[in-house]
Design a protein around this ligand. Sequence first.
Ligand code: CA
Ligand code: CA
Ligand code: CA
Ligand code: CA
Length: 260
Amino acid sequence: MIAWLNAFPTNVMSVVGWQVMRTGADDAQTAAKAEADINVMISQYQKVPSHCDVVAHGIQGGVPVGYFLVAAEPGVLFESASGEMMTLDMILASLAVEDTLTFMAVPPGSGHRIGIDQDSDCVGDSVDPLPATSNTGDGNFDGVVGFDDYFILATCFALDGPLPPECRAFDADCGGLLDLDDVDVFLALYEGDLADCNANGIADFRDILAGDEPDADGNGVPDSCMGALIPTVSEWGLGAMILLLITAGTLAFGRGRRVA
Ligand SMILES: [Ca+2]
Ligand SMILES: [Ca+2]
Ligand SMILES: [Ca+2]
Ligand SMILES: [Ca+2]
């Protein structure tokens, strides 16, 4: 069928638009035919250049679900709209009797958006509180990229491993890891003035996250800028002298009273 479809010259690969449905109630023969078709679809994804992306949409356990094919080699791997990685076998085995799932071939490059992340903010549809509004840089999902989000970013930036949903909002390239490129996207989207207390021409948030400025108390202000708030050595000296004078005065006064 694919060969026949490909005989027609077109800018869009003919496999695009093909749909294969599976339900949990399929008999063995129907299920095997559907799985064979899904594998043909995946073989079209594997063409160089790729002929299609492969996605799946449906209802499982009464809840809308989405999947996006991220790799075919060495094994077929889909990402779900909640961020899990699953093989095709795992997905098909998870279908309960009342569940339905439709696999679709979509234009190359469109599968991530169509399959699992309609607003392309790297937060999968199933875990995106605002699935139709981009939340890039907006870790608390309040619609604003602001000061509070910096602290979430700082926490996420220190993580080593899979990013939870509130961290994925900072993963501007959906790469699965946070790096300084993602920080720069956050800074570009930041609503408000970015402090540069050390006057190096770089936003202090970036100085801290890049590791160029310590921020021991995690208040978003480089420690080097907190000096004005901490008494200097000479100020400590002055304070100690005043304390000594008060103590001496109190002792002298007390002794005087006892003498009288
Ligand atoms: Ca999203
Ligand atoms: Ca969103
Ligand atoms: Ca926010
Ligand atoms: Ca700075």
